[in-house]
Design a protein around this ligand. Structure first.
Ligand code: G6P
Length: 645
């Protein structure tokens, strides 16, 4: 935490549920329409060696990683009877039921939750995978690109496979390389592997866990006489805050006594241990029915965290502690995915408005392949909650290869992105567990506003007084967002009215265009209702054809220079029988005459209106999803961290 940043407040009192939950599909359990092969990296990994019963630690850790999405789970534990594996398709409860039948007890084990890619989510395809004699067990996240080739060769050499996964080749390959040292066997095996992986292996005869990563994250947790391994920090928090983030190409040997790390060529490496300041409570639901709702309610203090200690009102400036000199930058390229991309679009509006620097904005999957024009006076800004999104990382790498300066706007400390950029602007949103991003978006908006302010001041395009006025408004935001949260009962009422709709349209102008995109994204992600967003002025060039009495249209109509234009768009919707839900500024009575429903948000500087306006849209999506009985925190087909293309 930077100096001066206040520690997070304890979680707010959970509000009363304002709507009874109704029946509906339990979407999110299981899959529909097959398994998208490109989303294979969301699996969870946990490893334990120490003095506790490994099975308990593994199940507990896997539960804390459930948000990553999975469709089968398994553990391998070194018991007095040898290395034993239990694995089941379905949720962790199925694995737990199986473990009641077949108790696995022992102080060393590995556990995995799998998101199916190669092979359906069946019991045999669940991890861990073992060699035929059951002496080596392996778990893996990622994709082994040359697995078919490897599998054919292994089969030809007499190995028998018991799953359809790419991961199983690792077990057999390690076995072939094994000459008494498991760590060396893993290192040798990986030399033949192409692809991305976090891989963890154990051997019946060794009191150690070996692990390696390339692309997929892995964290070692350090204890006293015990050590842990996980694909993400929340799994470790009940046991330790002292962690080592493994880097790409690292191979680690973890024993009760310590951790040894080498590169793939066998050179010893030193990786510093860091203290993570996430409390366990912060990573859990804190009494709310869903992580997403908790995270929406955390936004006031998240804003305080993001802004805290950085606003220097007397000077009309912000102190971001960045080495980067804005005067060395002639243009900015913003790259990100999903919600982070919309925060980037907001950043474009602000950087152009306040700093008069030309900004190109792309979703990262386009940027990395569109042959962008970059020079050494281009600043590439990659925005990411996880810091692990592969398209964002590759977009950034592409810009860097072409000579760009680089800045990461990131939440997860120590993540891959933070290690690859010249400068990092942490957003300090704390752990975000709900798959649909809310508080990280808020923190990203605040970070981009501060960045634009800094650039404007440095480039002389933003006067001191104007900057001071903006800073005063920024300081009000935590309180204003709190005010919006109090409107939840009204938002729940609106959700009740419209939750049966088949489609929604979201409209906004200028800085509210990204808000419209984000509102539509939240709704479709968690309620599965089709939602589209458009710049309001573009509506008449297509989406207007959709408007009838069945289409709710959410219009961002807050006060600002384009307010009148937006009102005209509302009139166009009304003239065609559309239903308007307006997000308007408090005190705007006029709009009541035009919109069926009005959600008021507090008055704030027009450039900062997105921070107060996105909150009712998050709550609307949440309430609609709850009414429809959706799996809010783990919506179907989505994952929190998409580390594969
Ligand atoms: C996934 C998540 C989104 C997120 C996006 C980018 O699609 O489901 O919520 O916005 O990835 O993630 P990042 O970690 O880079 O912000």
């Amino acid at each position: 935490m930077p100096p001066g940043v206040r520690p997070p407040r304890p979680p707010l009192e959970p509000p009363r549920e304002s709507q009874p939950r109704k029946g509906g599909t339990t979407a999110g359990e299981g899959q529909e329409g097959g398994f998208p092969p490109e989303r294979g990296f969301m699996c969870g990994i946990v490893g334990y060696i120490g003095f506790r019963n490994a099975t308990d630690v593994l199940i507990d850790g896997l539960r804390r990683l459930e948000y990553r999405g999975y469709d089968s789970a398994g553990v391998a534990v070194k018991t007095p009877q040898g290395l034993r594996v239990v694995k089941r398709s379905g949720k962790l409860s199925a694995l737990e039921a199986a473990l009641k039948e077949e108790k696995l007890e022992g102080p060393l084990g590995i556990g995995h939750t799998r998101w199916a890619t190669h092979g359906a989510p069946t019991d045999p395809n669940a991890h861990p995978h073992t060699t035929e004699d059951g002496r080596i067990a392996v778990i893996h996240n990622g994709i082994i690109e040359n697995y078919l080739e490897l599998k054919e060769a292994l089969k030809a050499r007499g190995h028998r496979f018991s799953s359809d996964t790419d991961s199983e080749v690792l077990a057999h390959l390690i076995e072939e390389k094994y000459r008494g040292d498991l760590f060396e066997a893993l290192r040798e095996a990986l030399k033949e592997v192409r692809g991305a992986y976090a891989v963890v292996a154990v051997h019946q005869d060794h009191e150690e866990i070996v692990a390696a990563r390339t692309v997929s994250p892995l964290v070692v947790g350090l204890g006293e006489g015990e050590h842990f391994l996980a694909s993400d920090v929340p799994a470790l928090l009940p046991y330790t805050r002292k962690v080592i983030f493994l880097h790409d190409g690292d191979v680690a040997r973890i024993t009760r006594e310590g951790v040894e790390i080498k590169d793939l060529s066998g050179n010893p490496l030193f990786r510093e241990a860091v203290e993570v300041d996430w409390s366990l409570e912060a990573a859990e639901k804190g009494g709310f029915p869903h992580y997403m709702l908790k995270e929406i309610y955390e936004q006031p203090w998240v804003l305080e965290n993001t802004l805290g200690g950085r606003l220097v009102e007397e000077e009309g400036d912000v102190d971001l502690g960045l080495e980067l000199d804005p005067l060395e930058v002639d243009r900015v390229h913003v790259v990100a995915c999903g919600t982070a991309a919309y925060a980037g679009l907001y950043g474009k509006y602000l950087l152009e408005a306040l700093a008069r620097v030309p900004v190109e904005w792309d979703v990262a999957s386009e940027y990395r392949y569109r042959d962008p024009v970059v020079d050494e006076r281009t600043l590439a800004i990659a925005i990411s909650q996880s810091g692990e999104t592969i398209d964002t990382l590759e977009g950034l790498r592409e810009a860097r290869r072409r000579g760009a300066r680089t800045l990461g706007v990131v939440n997860a400390k120590g993540s891959s992105l933070t290690r690859e950029v010249e400068a990092v602007l942490y957003i300090h949103a704390g752990p975000e567990i709900g798959v649909a991003s809310t508080k990280a978006y808020m923190a990203m908006l605040a970070a981009m506003a501060m960045l634009a302010l800094r650039f404007g001041r440095a480039r002389g395009t933003l006067g001191k007084e104007e900057a001071q006025a903006l800073i005063r408004e920024l300081k009000k935001l935590p309180r204003l967002v709190e005010e919006v949260l109090e409107k939840r009962p009204l938002i729940a009422h609106i959700a009740e009215k419209y939750h049966q709709a088949q489609d929604f349209l979201f409209l906004g102008r200028h800085v509210q265009v990204p808000t419209a995109y984000e509102g539509a994204l939240k709704l479709k992600e968690i309620s599965y209702i089709h939602a589209e967003a458009y710049p309001a002025g573009e509506m008449k060039h297509g989406p207007i054809a959709l408007i009838d009495e069945h289409l709710p249209v959410v219009v961002l109509a807050t006060q600002g220079p384009l307010y009148e234009k937006t009102l005209a768009n509302i009139q166009e919707v009304r003239a065609r029988g559309g239903k308007v839900i307006a997000i308007a500024t408090e005190g705007d009575e006029e709009i009541r005459k035009l919109a069926q429903d009005v959600l008021y948000v507090p008055q704030v500087h027009p450039l900062l209106a997105p921070m107060v306006s996105v909150v009712p849209l998050q709550l609307l999506a949440y309430e609609v999803a709850v009414l429809l009985g959706r799996d809010v925190d783990q919506p179907r087909n989505l994952a929190k961290s998409v580390t594969v293309e």
